[in-house]
Every structure is written in C-alpha cells, then in structure tokens.
Design a protein around this ligand. Structure first.
Ligand code: BGC
Length: 358
C-alpha cells in the first residue's frame, strides 16, 4: 500500500517536474505523449503482443540495465524499483552487476548491444568513463538513459538519444547544512563560536560526493557561521568504512567533533555505531546527518539517533528513468544543455521521517 502511494507520488512529482522545470526543453519529439506500452514479454501475455500495440517500438521491448555494483544499499532500492516498473510495463529486462569494475561494465554494455536490446539504462561505474560509454551507445544507435552518476553537459551533447536522470546533488548538500542550522544550538554544541565537523565522503570521483561535501558546509558559511573541518576521509559510500572512519576520528578528536556529515546514509549508519560505542549521544553532544532516506536511517531519525537525512528518491528516479526511456523509444531526441532531468530531494527530520518509510 505504502509502495503504491510512493509510486503514485513519484509519478505526480515527475509529471510536475517535467511540466515545471522544462528538463526536456530541447526535445524535438512529442514529450507529452509517450507510448502507453511496449510489451513483448512472453511471461506477461505470450508472443505477438508487440504487433497488437501500435505504439510499440520496432524490434520489441527489451531493456538492458547496468548497475555499477549490486552491493550498494541505495542502488539496491533503485534497481529493484527499476525492475518492478519495467516488468510491470511488460518489458523484458536484464539487470547486470558491474562489480564496481568499469572494464566489466564495458563488456556488459557490448553484450547488450550484440543482443540488440531496444534501450539501455546505465549507472556508470566511473563518471570518467562517460565519453567512452556515450561513444559506444551512440555508435550502436541505442537510446540510453544514464542514471545516478552525472556526466557533464558537453559529454552528453555528443549523442541526442541520450538523457541523464538524477538529482541536483548540490541541493542535498544544502539540505544537510540546513538540518544542522535547524538544531537547538545551530551545530555549535560547545559554544565556542564555530562548528567543528568531520566529513565522511562517498567516492570522490562521483559528483554527488563532491557537491554534497561542498554544499553542506557552504550552507553553514552562507548563514554566517564559522566552520572548522577536523577531517575529511573517503568512505566510498560504504557502511563499514563509515564506522571505521568515525571510530578513528572520535578517538583522535573526541569532544571537539560537533557534527558528522556523511555523504550517504549507509556511511551514517556505520558512523552511528561508532558514536554509540564512544558513549556519545546524537542530538545531545553530537549531530549526525546522511543522505538517501534508507529505511534504516529513517528509523534512526525517528529514534533520535540521527539528526536528519535527505530523501534521495529512488522510486521517483526509477519512474523518471523509465519515462525518459519511453520518450527516447518514441523518437524524442535531446539537444545540448537539456539532457539532465532532476527529481527533487526532500529534507527529512523527525517530523516527516515516517512519510518516507517503504
Ligand atoms: C547515493 C549513495 C550511493 C551512490 C552510488 C548516491 O547518490 O546517495 O548512497 O552509494 O549514489 O553512486
């Protein structure tokens, strides 16, 4: 029930988003009327379905989905949602695990091309591989939706049947900073006039990690606060790394740490274990924020063990990725500078956390 509601909300949000921000401003196709169905799935309705659907893309409805690695908490929710939506619409979908290895993902993309899939949805392993990925799908002429790791506008401009679906990473950082500013002492627990923090960063090659790191602190500075970075360490989005880094920093800096910024929730949940082991109490003598709104993090926000998080709307992004894929399949092309479609982030506090539990 909750899932259905979340999905409905995501659809409404993405419709609003398309109408409102003009993410497809440069489209040359008819964006308001995507094909209703592209099913050729044997298990849904048997063979010959495609020919009975006038709008079905020529060649059927097979979709290859490349995920950078399955062992990522946020991308697990995302890929499950993608699979559910695509299957629900009758596509034949294959989802593959890149194991955090760009060479492996390149092979997977080539295999999908050899299999003549109708469309690709790709979560690149390395943002720096974008040129190569875009070159490959362009040469094969396969409509492609990139997700989660945003290339530059210039890189995407190389191929007009390519679009990126994600979020404005700077916004999530700003929300994290605001969560700290909204606390009783605005992050300055010891009253020394500055906010002393450690930053636990995702994979720094990823723009989400770069912008969250920058904008969380920028929000504090914009509010006129003095800040002190005690440490910044890459945790590669990983819970265990979050735990180790927080343990080391708590041992080294002790009570000096007033805020722990984590670029995602999985690392924040790891950090929470170390905070508790160190005998510290979130929202009393330390603040802790993440991004994603994983269910585990939402529970900790509601229990007062995390100060807050930011909804990184996996269902909304999966819905939008499929929507954009269907637009590409129906002939939409994109012009340079209009190839990123953003789903909004939402700030999550104890007041609204329950609304996002899946
Ligand atoms: C999410 C992280 C995830 C990463 C994968 C980010 O947007 O916040 O949790 O590990 O994407 O690229």
């Amino acid at each position: 029930m909750k899932k259905t509601l979340a999905l409905a909300l995501a659809v409404v949000m993405s419709l609003g988003l398309l109408a409102g921000c003009g993410g497809n401003g440069g489209n040359s196709g008819n964006t308001s009327n995507p094909p209703a169905n592209n099913s050729t799935s044997q298990d849904q309705s048997g063979s010959g379905v495609a020919s009975s659907i006038p709008d079905a893309p020529e060649g059927g409805g097979t979709v290859g989905v490349c995920i950078y690695k399955f062992d990522d908490a946020f991308m697990t929710t995302y890929r499950n949602s993608l699979q559910e939506i695509l299957k629900g619409k009758g596509y034949k979908v294959t989802v593959v695990d890149g194991n955090n290895d760009q060479a492996k993902q390149n092979e997977q993309i080539n295999t999908f091309i050899t299999q003549k899939v109708d469309a690709l949805i790709i979560n690149p392993v390395m943002t720096s591989a974008a040129d190569q990925i875009i070159g490959t799908v362009k040469e094969a002429g396969i409509p492609t939706v990139l997700i989660n790791r945003e290339p530059t506008a210039e890189q995407m401009a190389a191929y007009d049947k390519l679009v990126y679906v994600g979020c404005d990473a700077a916004q999530s950082g700003t929300f994290q900073g605001e969560l700290i500013l909204e606390t009783a002492n605005q992050g300055d627990i010891n009253g020394d006039g500055k906010i002393s923090y450690i930053m636990i960063q995702g994979d720094p090659e990823n723009i989400d990690a770069q912008l969250r790191t920058e904008y969380s602190v920028q929000a504090l500075k914009d509010a006129g606060k003095e800040v002190e970075q005690l440490n910044l360490t890459r945790g590669d989005w990983d819970r265990n790394r979050g735990q180790e880094i927080a343990a080391n920093d708590l041992a080294q800096f002790g009570d000096k740490i007033e805020v722990i910024f984590c670029n995602n929730d999985d690392m924040a949940i790891g950090a929470l274990q170390s905070i508790q082991q160190a005998g510290r109490k979130v929202n009393e003598d330390i603040y802790l924020v993440g991004v994603d709104a994983l269910d585990a993090a939402l529970n900790e926000v509601m229990n007062g063990n995390m100060t807050g998080t930011v909804l990184n709307d996996a269902v909304g992004q999966a819905t939008e990725a499929v929507n954009q894929m269907e637009l590409l399949l129906s002939g939409t092309t994109y012009s340079s500078g209009n190839q990123s479609v953003y789903v909004p982030y939402v700030k999550v506090t104890p007041d609204n956390a329950k609304d996002f539990v899946k």
